[in-house]
Design a protein around this ligand. Structure first.
Ligand SMILES: Nc1ncnc2c1ncn2[C@@H]1O[C@H](COP(=O)(O)OP(=O)(O)OP(=O)(O)O)[C@@H](O)[C@H]1O
Length: 215
């Protein structure tokens, strides 16, 4: 069966209104950009993929990840990692605590978990940052820790909901490159929701446009 993410005749309806209709496949390492006006259903589409669709919506079609039908699975069983623009890090946890939250439950033992966190921090040039309070980090450091927290869970797809939009222009390009490189090196299909044409261009691949039905 095909690797990557397949959205097979995916439909999201609210009452009688069809809000999202998508048929697409995203290969490992490929980025599919999702654009559309505010309220067109971009975040709702990502919620359908993570298994957190609000009860107001009805989902039709199938979601396949690495050939596995995940449409009806609970969120924790899907292996879809998501990165948001806002709640980048939990403020009440240290940097290490934030990263621990992303570790797979199967990784047992305090020492092994600590070691995995230290390796992750070293990979983003932040060795020794585990005890730090997230409030003391720069925007770029916060974004890097948030990315690693998503990746530590070993997702099979990465969903990005405008993750760069709060960063200033220079940093935005850097973090975007880091996210895309990691997705590519780990062979993750990526769905990138953005309002920014520069993000779409950097992603290089295909763009799907959601529209409002009453436009
Ligand atoms: N929990 C919910 N219950 C009912 N309706 C909702 C819920 N969440 C969102 N909606 C509605 O669904 C529609 C799509 O919202 P969504 O947040 O997916 O749009 P979006 O394209 O991500 O917008 P934006 O670009 O502003 O983030 C909107 O009309 C919104 O009001």
């Amino acid at each position: 069966m095909a690797e990557g993410l397949v959205l097979e005749r995916l439909r999201i309806t609210q009452g009688d209104t069809e809000m999202v209709a998508v048929d697409a496949s995203v290969a490992p390492g490929e980025i599919l950009t999702v654009m559309g006006p505010s309220g067109s259903g971009k975040s709702t589409l990502l919620a359908a993929l993570t298994g957190t669709l609000a009860p107001a919506f009805t989902l039709g079609g199938r979601i396949l990840l690495d050939g596995r039908d995940i449409t009806a699975l609970p969120p924790e069983a899907r292996r879809t990692g998501i990165l948001f623009q806002d709640e980048l890090l939990f403020p009440h946890l240290s940097v290490g605590g934030n990263l621990a939250f992303g570790l797979p439950p199967a990784l047992k033992g305090r020492a092994a978990r600590r070691a995995r966190i230290e390796t992750a921090l070293a990979e983003i040039g932040m060795a020794g940052f585990a005890p730090r309070d997230p409030a003391t980090l720069s925007g770029g450091q916060k974004a890097r820790v948030a990315l690693m927290r998503s990746l530590l869970a070993e997702p099979r797809a990465l969903l990005l909901d405008e993750p760069f939009s709060r960063l200033d222009a220079g940093l935005r390009g850097q973090i975007r490159t880091l996210v895309f490189e990691r997705a590519q090196s780990q062979g993750l299909p990526v769905l990138l929701v953005t309002h920014d044409a520069a993000d779409a261009e950097a992603a290089g691949g295909r763009v799907i446009l959601l529209g409002r039905r009453d436009d």
